[in-house]
Write a protein of this length. Structure first.
Length: 381
């Protein structure tokens, strides 16, 4: 089986990552598959690098009008909130399975067009472990922003006035820059707590602080299970939350707690970043931050507010390393997908998860007999 893979331009601001490298495009072409790549001024790999592979090049967002129905539209971040029906198979991080903002509208568009979603977050093996993830780089860069924000606080600086957060060329440059900033504060090293410290993101956060020579307190799921209003959190300077929550828990920290006593806690870097989801254990802020406005300031008892950074595409700050790493993890499964090897695979499980969530969101609009045939194409090819 030969397929058409359409690599779309990312519309999310400041997103430079990609899950398919030029070298991988060359492999797909050599196997007889058709690959279309949309031009992109933002992508970490240049248009010229893709052109050299011999793939077809199209203008940004041309998939909307020009991609045939049999094309699989491949991207990273969620689609823009538009209202046209979605007719294609899509592969990307949709952020719609936890009833996040815009989830109903997304599934409605899928219903209207008969499209399908293979959500990258839910490509899992038989043990329900994700086969590819950006998590380590999210934790690494989230920890870096947390420390940078802590330093800005000590200087009395408004982090948002320092300018847009820009990507680093590589992790060595990031560490070098952070050492230069941290040098004068080494004698007052921050107390750092990492929650979810033993998952992928937590590993990345720990790795960053190890390279900075800063000790951390590391909590796993056993340290927070069944707990609410965890006052010990207030005794740290920096909290880096890397816990991936799939069920409602906590809350671990509330605004009321911040005002009960003068807390030492001055920075929250929420790597998990799910402020609008029902599983958020840190309901002290209500929206994600961005590269050009990376901090929110939450009032609390004491002379300084709590600075929160919660960017939902942190690995974009190390776009080349994170793209190459993620694409390498994912590519063996892309090859199987392109060959139509779907049954009892990560793709089959992702599709089952999609149907489950689709019907949950669309159940009120199904026909009286509850038949799925009129609302979605049951496609496992």
């Amino acid at each position: 089986m030969k397929r058409l893979l359409w690599l779309r331009h990312e519309t999310k601001p400041f997103e430079k990552r990609v899950a398919l490298t030029p070298d991988q495009v060359s492999v797909l072409l050599s196997l007889g598959h058709r690959v279309v790549v949309e031009r992109s001024p933002n992508r970490v790999f240049s248009d010229e690098e893709y052109e050299k592979t011999g793939c077809e090049m199209m203008e940004p967002n041309s998939w909307i009008e020009l991609a045939p129905q049999e094309a699989t539209i491949f991207g990273l971040k969620e689609l823009e909130e538009k209202d046209f029906p979605l007719i294609h198979r899509h592969i990307h991080f949709a952020h719609v399975f936890k009833n996040q903002k815009g989830s109903y509208e997304f599934f409605k568009r899928m219903k209207e067009g008969g499209g399908l979603l293979y959500d990258l977050e839910y490509l899992v093996d038989k043990d329900k472990k994700r086969i590819a993830a950006f998590g380590e780089w999210a934790g690494f860069t989230g920890a870096a922003l947390g420390l940078d924000l802590w330093i800005a606080n000590l200087k009395g600086q408004d982090y948002n006035e320092l300018g847009q957060v820009r990507p680093w060329e590589d992790s060595h440059k990031l560490i070098g820059q952070m050492h230069e900033k941290y040098f004068e504060y080494e004698d007052r090293a921050p107390r750092v707590l990492i929650i979810g410290a033993f998952g992928r993101s937590g590993k990345g956060a720990r790795k960053f602080f190890q390279r900075m020579g800063i000790k951390t307190t590391n909590w796993g799921s056993a340290d927070t299970k069944g707990k609410t209003n965890i006052k010990e959190i207030l005794d740290f300077d920096i909290l880096v939350n890397c816990a991936l929550m799939t069920k409602k828990a906590g809350p671990w920290l509330t605004r009321e707690m911040l005002n009960e006593e003068e807390a030492r806690l001055s920075v929250l870097s929420d790597v998990s970043c799910d402020p609008t989801g029902p599983c958020n254990p840190l309901p002290i802020y209500d929206r994600a931050t961005t590269m050009d406005a990376p901090a929110l300031y939450i009032s609390k008892k004491g002379d300084r507010p709590l600075a929160v950074t919660a960017i939902d595409h942190l690995p974009s700050l190390l776009p080349k390393e994170s793209s190459e790493d993620y694409a390498e993890q994912l590519f063996p499964y892309i090859l199987k997908y392109m060959e139509g090897k779907i049954e009892d695979s990560v793709w089959d499980r992702a599709l089952t998860n999609y149907y489950k969530n689709y019907f949950t969101h669309m159940e009120k609009e199904m026909d009286p007999q509850g038949s799925s045939e009129n609302v979605v194409r049951m496609d496992r090819t």
